[in-house]
Design a protein. Structure first.
Length: 123
């Protein structure tokens, strides 16, 4: 967000907090998919890409299936809201000090730590 806060969504499938995201549709590039998913889940508009954070591909990072996550940091505008109640229970805006570290889904703790530490990783 413009003030440096982080937007998370609370997932319907496991009740945990997660960075907004999803699958890349056929024919989409990564930034288009990230823009679409952020709008679909949290109602936010992407202004621009800030930086590439990492590529996360460890087996087991997603309990549903083996997936590869491309994590990017983007500047956004708008007022976050639950845009897809079938997938999202709640949208939260957190200061870096107020993140729900003990209630993060998948490997999103690692993504956030890499972001805050200025890392770009291939894992």
């Amino acid at each position: 967000m413009p003030d440096g806060s982080i937007v998370l969504v609370r997932r319907r499938d496991n009740g945990l907090w997660s960075l907004p995201g999803g699958l890349v549709d056929w024919g989409e590039d990564i930034l288009t998919a990230a823009t679409r998913e952020l709008k679909e889940e949290a109602g936010l508009e992407v202004l621009h890409l800030e930086r590439f954070v990492g590529l996360y591909s460890q087996p087991g990072r997603d309990p549903r299936f083996h997936s590869v996550c491309v994590a990017v940091a983007v500047a956004v505008q708008g007022r976050p809201y639950v845009a897809d109640p079938r997938e999202v229970l709640e949208v939260g805006v957190f200061s870096p000090e107020g993140l729900p570290w003990e209630h993060l889904s998948h490997d999103h703790r690692e993504h956030l730590n890499d972001f805050f530490n200025g890392k770009t990783v291939l894992a």
